[in-house]
Design a binder for this molecule. Structure first.
Ligand code: FES
Length: 432
């Protein structure tokens, strides 16, 4: 515990004094295993969490293994077409029932003693059943354990490990509208393009969130990417805005630049794409009112849904899923979203645009990882420094304009502060 903090944000790990322009985060939150464990319970055990996109398991029996909030899950579509998620732990003696990362199966058979489950999680067979009082109650009691709650919004699948708490609608609030805008990119629906970019950051998961919500670093950190954009005909942005939504969700909005693959042609997409993009744009405006169509075509957004989903409605549309592994290790999975009916040539452009930025081979993500891993190394070195102020990070940029009620600029740190305030609320809230 940190004993010196003034805690307007109601956490011993945050110091907030708007009058003095102070907002600081104690660095122990990035490295302390006991805080990491408390987060597992208080945040990951209680919040709604993004699990995946329904298009990732399109056919009955399709499944994927995915670790969310420290628990390995089987994410599947049952034989009746319903999306489900079960703990990947056999109800018999606990080993992993599913050992393939993805596949299709009408039955899930545990290799250890061959108990077998259907896609709805029911125990359907076991060797030598005469030794058990096999009946409905037995099968019910020893079926696969589903997550406590699962809801689907525009094919985005969310789960909660808590049996009570707000429903998904209330939890997401306005964030749901921005997920809806992504779903509305296409009248045929959006799908996750098969494949995934999976990489790790030797840094705390919250540094990944901070980075995505921090427009301040963009110009100094991503010089190479910005030069590439300029060389390939990118029109400079007018600057972005931030919005604070409910429950720790935050949004960045960019306008006044080109670069929407799909709706707004620019030279780097190639001359061949110009007419297709213009057609897409016309279709969009014909399908919905002009205000909503303009929101989709002329503005780009980055949504953070607390605590594990980053939805990049920019350039090529993508999803980033954050999974904390240890205090200083985070696994990231990135997925491309595209209209279901997008022709291969357009999809090719979309994926090139996307991978030029994100992922370990992109021009920008390695810069972000370098910064985050540098922070993680540095905070180890300040842990034992007794001087006041040394072991704190400053997150105060733009506090005065925030206090004056001015619109948030994306180069300020207002969205990062909003994340921290909600983090503190969840960490300090009593157990129900
Ligand atoms: S642990 Fe799965 S059948 Fe025994």
């Amino acid at each position: 515990m940190v004993s010196t903090a003034v805690t307007i944000a109601k956490s011993p790990y945050l110091q907030e004094d708007p009058g003095a322009g102070i907002f600081r985060v104690h660095r122990s939150v990035y490295r302390d295993p006991s805080i990491f464990d408390a987060e597992r319970e208080r945040i990951w055990g209680r919040a709604w969490l993004y699990l995946g996109h329904a298009s990732e398991v399109p056919e009955p029996g399709d499944f994927k293994l995915r670790t969310i909030g420290g628990r390995e899950l089987v994410f599947l579509r049952d034989v009746h077409g319903r999306v489900r998620a079960f703990l990947n732990a056999c109800p018999h003696r606990g080993t992993a029932v599913c050992r393939e990362p993805a596949g299709n199966a009408k039955r899930l058979r545990c290799f250890y003693h061959a108990w077998t489950f259907d896609t709805e999680g029911r125990l359907v067979s076991l060797p030598s059943p005469e030794a058990y009082p096999v009946g409905d109650a037995f099968r019910e009691r020893l079926g696969l354990r589903p997550v406590a709650r699962l809801e689907v919004l525009h094919d985005f699948v969310f789960i909660s490990y808590a049996t009570s708490g707000p429903d998904l609608d209330s939890y997401l609030g306005e964030a749901a509208d921005y997920i809806g805008l992504v779903a509305d990119h296409s009248d045929t629906g959006m799908r996750v393009v098969p494949g995934e970019q999976r990489y790790s950051s030797r840094a705390n998961w919250k540094l990944g969130v901070e980075n995505a919500m921090d427009g301040y670093h963009f110009a100094p950190s991503h010089v190479t990417f910005l030069e590439y954009l300029k060389r390939t005909g990118f029109t400079t942005s007018e600057g972005g805005r931030g919005r604070i939504l409910s429950n720790g969700h935050v949004l960045g909005i960019q306008s006044g630049h080109s670069g929407r693959a799909g709706f707004d042609w620019e030279p780097r997409f190639g001359e061949a794409e110009r007419s297709r993009i213009e057609e897409n744009r016309a279709r969009l405006f014909a399908r919905m009112d002009a205000e909503r169509a303009a929101l989709i075509a002329d503005y780009s957004r980055t949504l953070f849904m607390f605590p594990n989903l980053l939805l990049f409605d920019i350039e090529g549309v993508s999803i980033r899923l954050l999974e904390p592994v240890e205090p200083g290790l985070t696994r990231i999975s990135a997925f491309a979203l595209a209209p279901r009916d997008e022709p291969p040539e357009a999809l090719d452009v979309r994926l090139k645009v996307l991978t030029s930025f994100i992922g370990p081979g992109g021009l920008a993500t390695p810069d972000d990882l370098e910064a985050q891993e540098g922070i993680q190394r540095a905070i180890a070195s300040t842990a034992t420094d007794p001087r006041p102020g040394v072991d704190w990070n400053d997150v105060s940029r733009g506090m005065a304009s925030e206090a004056a009620g001015e619109p948030l600029r994306s180069i300020d740190e207002g969205r990062v502060r909003a994340f921290w305030r909600h983090w503190a609320t969840m960490m300090e809230e009593p157990e129900e």
